[in-house]
Design a protein around this ligand. Structure first.
Ligand code: FES
Length: 101
């Protein structure tokens, strides 16, 4: 289990082994857009890793391609593909918050 601090919300979520960060964020009742349903295709669930990036497995080629095609920041990751095993701090991408209109 890993503790993930969600900077925008000022809360921590727990990610169990084998669980994605997206799943933990949704379980915690926080809002994050995830248009492809967590299948690693849309890029809308991306987060910026602020602390602890060195503890993460690097993105695989499909994740790299989605991040590149969606023009995400260099330190962005897809929360639906992220399974942290150590504490990290992230910020949910602004466009990943649910749109209010
Ligand atoms: S929900 Fe679509 S890439 Fe994560």
């Amino acid at each position: 289990m890993a503790q993930v601090a969600i900077r925008d919300y000022g809360v921590d979520v727990e990610v169990n082994e084998g669980q994605s960060l997206l799943s933990s964020i949704l379980e915690a009742g926080l809002e994050i857009v995830h248009e492809c349903g967590g299948n690693g295709r849309c890029g809308t669930c991306s987060v910026i890793v602020l602390e602890g990036a060195e503890t993460l497995t690097p993105p695989n080629f499909p994740e790299q391609e989605v991040l590149r095609l969606r023009r995400k920041a260099e330190d962005a990751r897809l929360s639906c593909r992220l399974c942290p095993s150590a504490p990290i701090t992230v910020q949910i991408h602004r466009e990943a918050h649910h749109r209010s209109s």
